[in-house]
Design a protein around this ligand. Structure first.
Ligand code: ADP
Length: 613
């Protein structure tokens, strides 16, 4: 382990491990099979890359996507590690050369797709070299219960048959217990060590708003992130094209990504995003698996995804470098209706499971409390802090109605008067005093609760009903979502429990847009002491370097390194050594240039150098 720490310091420039990294690494060094679950950005790659360097021979890494392999191998080679991939992008000659390098022991990490690895030829070849271990990245792809099942991952069960004495290690960010079990079973792992990290991502700020004016809401987020990378997820291709065109019209460098585009266009757009030539990618969920880009500063969902698993995965692409990033979700009741209509086509059992999962998502949207807590609790964990200081609720951005209790009582008593036999839509109609035929025919215009909320429109009342469902005061039952009153709901009636309801929005949702945004804890901390001008100068230097080398900028140095440079402002080689994330090769290669960018900028701007940590 000590030798390994030295390697990590030398190659990656890290002095410390992230939580669970050292445990995960120990399992690899000990040759025990393992399953490691860490959230996106948790630092899974180091868990297999570092021990691969410390152990004799070549480690084989399985990765589902070519783009992902390229990024990881590029980053390793940049850091001075002998890594290679074999996939269809190589010519037969290049493939042969890589095989020779592996045979000669010149490669420490070999990246392969599952299809290639499980061919007879590759398996035979690997038998001759005897890999140090197998690392299965994105291992949830093996499970039908994951959000990204890939049948070719199933073939990996061969590994334990063919290499019974070689350890297999699985890595994923997917949190569910079921997926974890599937991974161990499908891979035939033998008594594996299982490490599950915390799913909370404290550097991400979560915000949720009812979708009222999609473009205005998206613009508000984009405007908060001038010159920063972001992903905007839309539910349909047509939405992608529309939102993208609107952003381009506004002068943003945005590109579309969806399954309707030709493969080469998609690849080109993805590359432009990775290499910072396009700042924003507007995409359907087809986008992102192959994205390791660490400096995504915002992820917007223009519609609600079908599950919190998907949301966690997609929003998790923000802030992988550990710096502050923002995840905004704009939902509408129509999103859930659309998902429900899709579910009708599923077989009964699958439809039931999908419906429960969708309820989880809806509960998150309409929930009235800390978003970080809601997310980790959904995945069966808990949050230690009372306030996360990183969501719209804990930052007090959300305006609550002053008369929540009375409003909730009016709604719940209407549900009671309707004998708990009607859905949210109809209940809202009665509450706003509708004279619609059905209401009159049933005599519900004579109920004492008819028109109790006539000062509001139906959508507002509908929202409040959902908020009460989200807080467990009402539940929806049966196929039609008939509202029923829970024990908590009865406590509301007796005044023993006051639920939280959002302040009524003005027409057109102006109150949503005029929410004041506050700085999150992570945002405050990660900018503390950083000279923004110097940070920009370093980014400019990085951009030029990356352009010249044909590499994505974040592979040269991540934003976290540039922020630290702009904070501590080292002027000597010794001081530069103290900056986390600069390994030996990069120090030799870029050290002098970095120092001169720092020193010149500080001189020109009268800034002190060599700040104390
Ligand atoms: P994951 O695969 O779990 O999403 P990565 O392996 O891509 O995460 O790592 C996320 C980021 O964290 C990368 O930018 C990486 O450089 C950084 N990182 C990983 N381990 C450490 C560490 N021990 N100290 C500092 N930064 C780290």
């Amino acid at each position: 382990m000590e030798a390994l720490q030295e390697i990590v310091r030398k190659v990656w420039g890290y002095d410390e491990f992230r939580p669970l990294q050292s445990d995960a690494i120990e399992a690899v060094l000990a040759g025990r099979d393992s399953v490691v679950v860490l959230p996106t950005g948790g630092g899974k790659s180091l868990c297999f890359q570092a021990p691969a360097l410390a152990m004799p021979g070549t480690a084989v890494v399985v990765s589902p996507l070519i783009a992902l392999m390229h990024d990881q191998v590029d980053a390793l080679v940049e850091a001075g590690v002998a890594a290679a991939y074999v996939n269809s992008t190589l010519s037969p000659d290049e493939r042969r050369r890589t095989a020779d390098d592996v045979r000669a022991g010149r490669i420490k990490l070999l990246y392969l797709s599952p299809e290639r690895l499980t061919t007879e030829r590759t398996l035979d070849f690997l038998e001759t070299i005897g890999p140090s271990f197998f690392a299965i990245d994105e291992a949830h792809c093996i499970s039908e219960w994951g959000h990204d099942f890939r049948p070719e991952y199933r073939m990996l069960s061969l590994l334990k048959e063919r290499f019974p004495d070689t350890a297999v290690h699985a890595y994923t960010a997917t949190a569910t217990e079921r997926v974890r079990r599937d991974i161990a079973r499908e891979l035939h792992l033998v008594n594996p060590v299982v490490h599950v990290g915390s799913f909370d991502r404290p550097n991400l700020v979560y915000r949720v708003e009812r979708r009222t004016d999609r473009m205005a809401q998206i613009r508000a987020v984009v405007d908060r992130h001038p010159d920063e990378s972001g992903v905007i997820y839309c539910m349909r291709r047509a939405d992608v094209d529309e939102v993208c065109a609107a952003l381009v019209e506004l002068g943003h460098k945005a590109l579309p990504y969806h399954a309707g585009l030709a493969d080469d266009v998609r690849t080109r757009n993805q590359n432009a995003f990775i290499k910072d030539r396009a700042k924003i990618i507007v995409a359907t969920v087809a986008f992102g698996m192959g994205i390791d880009k660490s400096d995504v500063r915002f992820v917007v969902h223009a519609g609600a995804p079908k599950s919190l698993e998907s949301y966690q995965q997609e929003s998790g692409r923000a802030g992988r470098d550990g710096l502050e990033a923002e995840c905004c979700l704009f939902y509408s009741g129509a999103d859930f209706q659309m998902w429900r209509s899709f579910q009708k086509e599923l077989p009964a059992e699958a439809a039931g499971a999908a419906a429960a999962i969708l309820d989880g998502m809806e509960g998150y949207c309409t929930g009235m409390g800390c978003r970080h807590r809601a997310l980790v609790e959904y995945f069966g964990q808990s949050l230690a802090e009372e306030k996360c200081l990183a969501c719209d609720f804990c930052l007090d951005e959300v305006e609550l109605a002053d008369d929540s209790l009375v409003t909730a009582q009016k709604i719940i008593s209407c549900v009671a008067r309707l004998r708990e036999s009607y859905g949210g839509d109809y209940t809202a109609q009665v509450l706003i005093g509708s004279k619609e035929q059905r209401v009159v025919e049933k005599g519900h215009d004579k109920l004492s609760t008819w028109g109790l909320l006539k000062a509001h429109d139906k959508r507002q009342v509908r929202d409040w009903i959902e908020q009460l469902v989200g807080q467990g005061c009402l539940v929806k039952g049966g196929e039609y979502g008939v509202l029923q009153i829970t024990a908590d709901g009865r406590d509301v009636m007796s005044g023993d429990f006051t639920p939280r309801l959002l302040k009524a929005s003005e027409r057109g949702g102006r109150s949503e847009r005029s929410r004041t945004r506050k700085e999150s804890k992570s945002e405050k901390e990660s900018w503390e002491g950083v000279d923004r001008g110097l940070f920009e100068a370093l980014r400019q230097w990085r951009r030029e370097k990356a352009e010249a080398r044909g590499l994505p900028p974040f592979i040269i140095f991540g934003d976290a390194v540039l922020r630290d440079l702009a904070k501590f402002r080292p002027s000597t080689a010794d001081a530069l050594m103290q900056i986390r994330g600069i390994g030996q090769k990069k120090r030799d290669e870029y050290g002098e240039e970095l120092l001169s960018v720092v020193v010149d900028h500080c001189r020109e701007n009268g800034l002190a150098t060599d700040m104390e940590a």
